[in-house]
Design a binder for this molecule. Structure first.
Ligand code: IMP
Length: 429
């Protein structure tokens, strides 16, 4: 039995929630290793819909769920997300939930800064989720973060708070804002500390223990490779590494623990927020994809931009993240199209490229080269075997896997857990 690492291979919103939920029901532990409550994972289990932003998806099935050190944690959001899930009947306690005690906190001052910067950027804004993710990661690498373990030592936090506030006060002054209200911050931290600390532990140790006992671990990525701070469409990215390699550093287990890398890939392309998007369709077809796919952000409710499948981008994501196999999602959104298109290369300044260039101007300037295929009649929705799929839909899947040079391990055909075609079980080596 292998461990499995799930990552998004596009710009997030590939439908990771359902796949992770399905895998989590067979895992012994689920770990979030990067990002924060900017993620939006929707799980549909029977009649119940669970919306998770921060908690690992395993929590819904009662599987041991761990927020790893690579995550940035908003303690107040944590409390409200737990309360919401509890009101839906989910049981959360210290035997099925833990938080890495070396996890950095997202504070109100991070949310402030996220908002101030976006506002000041005008048309050049990133289009962040406004949740303070970027500023919290900046403080982590700037070595001035307040971490979960610090909540147990609030009486000796003076020097740390001095450094943090000095930094933020200077930035806030630049935006014409008053300094951080240090006393109010300390009071808020004192209030929330016992709630967070009940779950805090050196979670790498618990993971080591379950690993030694032969447990199956699921590493749950958030966002997507194209939002990775190194490999994505910089600067229109999130502030963490979203690639599979982060599963090791963001959980405290070594790279040999991460196992089968499952890349989640939507059968077309979407993006929320600003930034280049070569196959974007700003016409009726794009509108149709958005309506059929219910393409609105889980976290912010923003309308997602939509376009054809971009095989160049996904091939690159799969290579960079060492994807073993993909889970193809939302194929049914393409049902009923006369023709479907796949981007197979780009034109840039008279040259043909088989990769996505690094410079922002080149990324914005590439023109997609398309291959057109016949669409299919009939529906793929709810299919549970290849025999349930129209022949032309199978051809589309085969062409996708050929172009991205990565095999299909799963095809998801509706939000329901059972509506899945399993080609290769990621948990079985
Ligand atoms: P941030 O992560 O809030 O800093 O936002 C940076 C960029 O990442 C923006 O374009 C967001 O729309 C995008 N983003 C962040 N989280 C997600 C996600 O879970 N799904 C899709 N896009 C996301």
């Amino acid at each position: 039995m292998a461990n499995v690492t799930v990552i998004g291979a596009q710009w997030g919103d590939e439908g990771k929630g359902k796949i992770v939920d399905w895998l989590a029901s067979r895992a012994d532990a689920v770990v979030r290793f990067q990002g924060g409550h900017n993620a939006g994972h929707t799980l549909v289990v029977g009649e119940q819909v669970y919306k998770l932003s921060l908690l690992p998806s395993g929590i819904v099935t009662g599987t041991l769920s761990i927020i790893g050190n690579g995550v940035v944690l908003d303690p107040w959001h944590l409390k409200s997300e737990i309360a919401k899930l509890e009101s839906q009947g989910v049981v959360i306690n210290t035997s099925n939930f833990a938080i890495a005690d070396n996890c950095p906190l997202i504070l109100p001052l991070h949310r402030d800064l996220d908002g101030l910067r976006e506002q000041a950027a005008g048309a050049g804004k990133i289009g962040t989720t406004g949740r303070g993710i970027g500023p919290a990661y900046e403080d982590k690498v700037g070595r001035r973060a307040i971490r979960v373990c610090d909540l147990a030592h609030l009486d000796s936090l003076d020097a740390q708070l001095d450094r943090l506030c000095a930094h933020h006060d200077a930035l806030r002054a630049g935006f014409g804002q008053p300094p951080v209200d240090r006393e109010a911050l300390l009071t808020e931290l004192r209030e929330i500390a016992p709630f967070v600390l009940q779950y805090a532990e050196p979670s790498w140790k618990r993971l080591q223990t379950v690993r030694k006992a032969g447990a199956r671990i699921l590493f749950e990525g958030a966002q997507g490779v194209l939002l990775d701070v190194d490999h994505g469409t910089y600067p229109f990215v999130t502030s963490s590494n979203t690639v599979s390699g982060t599963a090791a550093s963001g959980s405290g287990l070594g790279p040999n623990a991460t196992g089968f890398v499952l890349g989640i890939v939507k059968a077309y392309t979407t993006r929320v927020g600003s930034g280049p998007f070569p196959t974007e369709l700003e016409d009726e077809t794009g509108q149709r994809l958005g309506e059929r796919g219910h393409e609105f952000g889980t976290v912010t409710g923003r309308k997602r931009r939509c376009g054809w499948f971009d095989a160049v981008l996904v091939r690159q994501s799969c290579a960079i993240s060492g994807v073993t196999g993909i889970a193809l999602t939302k194929l049914d959104v393409l049902d009923g199209f006369d023709k479907v298109r796949i981007c197979t290369g780009y034109r840039l300044g008279g040259k043909v490229l088989d990769y996505f260039p690094s410079h922002a101007a080149d990324q914005a300037g590439v023109e997609p080269i398309y291959e057109e295929m016949d669409g299919w009649n009939g529906t793929t929705a709810g299919a549970r075997s290849w025999a349930d799929l129209p022949a032309q839909a199978i051809k589309y899947i085969q062409r996708v896997q050929e172009l991205i040079e990565t095999p299909v391990a799963l095809v998801s055909t509706s939000p329901e857990r059972e509506d899945t075609i399993l080609v290769r079980d990621p948990f079985v080596d």
